[in-house]
Design a protein around this ligand. Structure first.
Ligand code: MN
Ligand code: MN
Length: 377
């Protein structure tokens, strides 16, 4: 235990005399020994998927980080789901909108909208879909199987409380089902008594064949967005890709996909009207969140962790990995908006800024050149 870092900075702190959890401490160095600038009572804004209960099903699994896992997640919740080859997430819908990002493999997504348009699309890592609230949909792994994350625009969402086609049928009188579909009640003898949720099916056929089975139905693709094909904006230190209602008209959740180079940092900024949910895909990073009055706390993240930033609170994301770090930010509003500290100061009369901060010409000159070696939105 003597080799372990101790919470001692100069005359502040003392060694830990009681029990320790070195593995968790090592992933949270800025929690064990906070920067001197941290202060006060910012609530916890991190929850690792590694600590989220995993629901194991026939050929797949699902785990979620919601307001139940972390009370800060008021406006957004996230699900991580794995489906093996052919394995299907049951036909269902929910009260919240669902924003999806494919992490691995290939996936087939099915949706029907209120205009009786139908969608069957195959998606790859980096691609997105948006299932608006109330629109029925299903998800199926292709030959390679798939993993994806789903973000919902209510922290109270639970993947275990969606409206399922099996349960709708099971809870409707058989005589009503017979009348509704114009068939004898015996047609429903095989209905399952309970939900299927995630279950094995054969790997579906080629997409053209499946679309042909739908005959003259009107096909649409407006609920998917092939973000893997959209060129990012590059900056010194990394690249970003904004996918919001300007490019993906149906979405009511904006997204910012951030790739940080070694040493790169997403600049200090905040979002005026939307909460931000972060999902770390690779590498590691740290973030400080500031709030009035005199509150700041620093968090550390590794791949698979979820971060959260309430609207209007300043934050940055600094790559601490030595390699590349990738993180997606999903917002509770459809249009992406941010305020940059650098740009705010650059657009304010210099005398006014200097009068507040008592800074010399070095900083003021850098602001005038509007250059900073960081990643912008
Ligand atoms: Mn869904
Ligand atoms: Mn942000």
């Amino acid at each position: 235990m003597n080799d372990l870092p101790q919470p001692i900075v100069g005359h502040l702190g003392a060694d830990i005399a009681g029990p320790r959890n070195p593995a968790v401490e090592a992933q949270n160095p800025d929690v064990l020994i906070p920067p001197a600038t941290d202060k006060g009572g910012i609530p916890n804004l991190k929850f690792p998927f590694a600590m989220a209960h995993n629901r194991l099903e026939d050929g797949g699994w699902a785990r979620e980080v919601t307001i139940r896992e972390n009370p800060s997640l008021k406006e957004l919740a996230i699900v991580d789901m794995r489906l093996g080859p052919g394995v299907t997430r049951e036909l269902h819908w929910h009260k919240e909108a669902e924003w999806a990002y494919v992490l691995a493999g290939r996936v087939r997504f099915y949706l029907v909208d209120e205009k009786r348009q139908t969608l069957v699309e195959d998606l790859e890592p980096g691609d997105l879909w948006l299932a608006p609230a109330g629109f029925p949909h299903a998800i199926q792994g292709l030959e390679e199987g798939t993993e994806f994350v789903l973000v919902f625009n209510d922290g109270n969402f639970s993947e275990n409380q969606t409206l399922l086609i099996t349960e709708l049928m099971a809870h409707t009188p058989r005589s009503v089902l017979a009348k509704n579909f114009g068939v004898p009640e015996s047609a429903f003898d095989g209905l399952p008594a309970s939900e299927k949720y995630i279950f094995r099916l054969p790997v579906p056929g080629p997409i053209e064949d499946v679309r042909k089975q739908l005959g003259a139905a009107t096909m649409t693709d407006k609920y998917v967005f092939r973000a893997s094909k959209k060129a990012p904006n590059t900056f010194p230190g990394g690249a970003t890709n904004i996918i919001d209602s300007k490019s993906f008209a149906v979405t009511n959740m904006a997204a910012l996909i951030i790739d940080l180079e070694p040493g790169g940092m997403r600049e200090i900024h905040w979002h005026p009207d939307a909460d931000e949910l972060q999902y770390y895909i690779s590498g590691s990073a740290r973030m400080t969140v500031f709030d009035a009055v005199n509150n700041a706390r620093t968090f550390d993240f590794v791949a698979g962790d979820v971060g959260y930033v309430p609207k209007t609170l300043p934050h940055y994301i600094e790559n601490t990995s030595g390699g590349a770090t990738k993180v997606i930010n999903v917002f509770s509003k459809g249009e992406y908006k941010d305020v940059s500290l650098n740009q705010w100061m650059a657009l304010t009369p210099p005398g006014l800024v200097q009068g507040h901060l008592d800074v010399g010409d070095t900083l003021m000159k850098a602001l005038r050149q509007s250059y900073s070696p960081v990643v912008k939105g």
